[in-house]
Write a protein of this length. Structure first.
Length: 166
């Protein structure tokens, strides 16, 4: 299990960094290229903040611990969680691995450039979702897996047990 998680995490990190490098090489900052007209574009954005750019232009005494210290500590904690769930809670182990890979992908950007490269740009009419990247996608998928594991799966098991006793 741990071997597969390492391969998956490496693939996500390499894919994330490769796509970000391609965007930086092929696009100028702010350039938008339609992929699916009026729905999905590639748009080169630099995000100095957290999700949706929050705290991006805060003072360094806020930014440094928030964007460098906390994620490093979180990555160490995630490695512990991956290790402790590897044999017993496979879905949680997968989710923690996805979060770790996404966090590392974005940390590489922060440490090397002091911002994160985003480029996946979805919108519907005037409703625009902030641009994101593969690392962000990995973290989002993990969040849905953890929500499923915590809120939905236990109810499915209860319903299955109740059906068997009838």
């Amino acid at each position: 299990m741990i071997y597969r998680m390492c391969i998956m995490m490496s693939t996500i990190i390499i894919g994330d960094q490769t796509t970000k490098a391609l965007v930086q090489q092929k696009f100028y900052l702010g350039e938008t290229v339609p992929v699916i007209h009026n729905l999905f574009h590639f748009t080169y954005v630099r995000n100095p903040g957290a999700a949706f750019g929050m705290f991006g232009y805060s003072a360094d005494w806020i930014r440094v611990p928030l964007f460098f210290g906390v994620p490093v500590i979180a990555c160490i904690w995630l490695l512990y969680l991956i290790w402790t769930t590897r044999n017993t809670k496979k879905l949680q182990c997968l989710a923690y691995s996805l979060i770790f890979a996404g966090a590392v992908g974005n940390l590489i950007d922060r440490f090397s450039m002091n911002y994160v490269v985003d480029f996946l740009d979805f919108f519907w009419g005037t409703h625009h979702f902030p641009a994101f990247n593969i690392a962000d996608s990995s973290i989002t998928i993990a969040a849905f897996l953890l929500i499923y594991e915590t809120l939905i799966a236990p109810n499915l098991k209860k319903n299955d047990s109740a059906a068997r006793t009838v």
